[in-house]
Design a binder for this molecule. Sequence first.
Ligand code: 5GP
Ligand code: ZN
Length: 145
Amino acid sequence: MSSQHLNDIGHEPAVEGVCGESSPGRGYDCAVADCLFCKIIAGDIPAERVAESSRTLAFRDINPQAPTHVLVIPKDHYPDLASLASSDAGLLAEVALQAQQVADAEGIATSGYRVVFNTGAEAGQTVFHVHAHVLGGRRMAWPPG
Ligand code: 5GP
Ligand code: ZN
């Protein structure tokens, strides 16, 4: 395996891309086999989309945990926050900006909202395509469960 298959933190990708080579330093720029969120991006699985940019997508969580529960994802596949942050910090900033825009559109920007990246199994990550949960519309407890 060539070094081009390694991401910036030197780890092999956790999942195999269906489009062959990844772009060095960018992670994948195409759909990843058996990734639920790549299928939502492609339109193969329906979702209630609430916002979209050229590189990000926001859609409602199928099992909402608050009156507003939207997931914001990069269209390129990165398995988790660490791989996105180390490979494309600008794209991470676009995800954060879209989270703020969703909060604005949902009317929770002023009252307050929570942005969560579950990272790894023990934190509760079940879909390994990085996503920001945008939660609001009710008072949030701390510490989280
Ligand atoms: P995680 O547990 O990885 O932090 O978050 C994954 C989220 O994806 C969960 O909140 C779950 O409800 C949501 N989810 C799982 N499958 C689907 C789906 O098919 N459509 C949508 N819109 N959300 C999904
Ligand atoms: Zn994916």
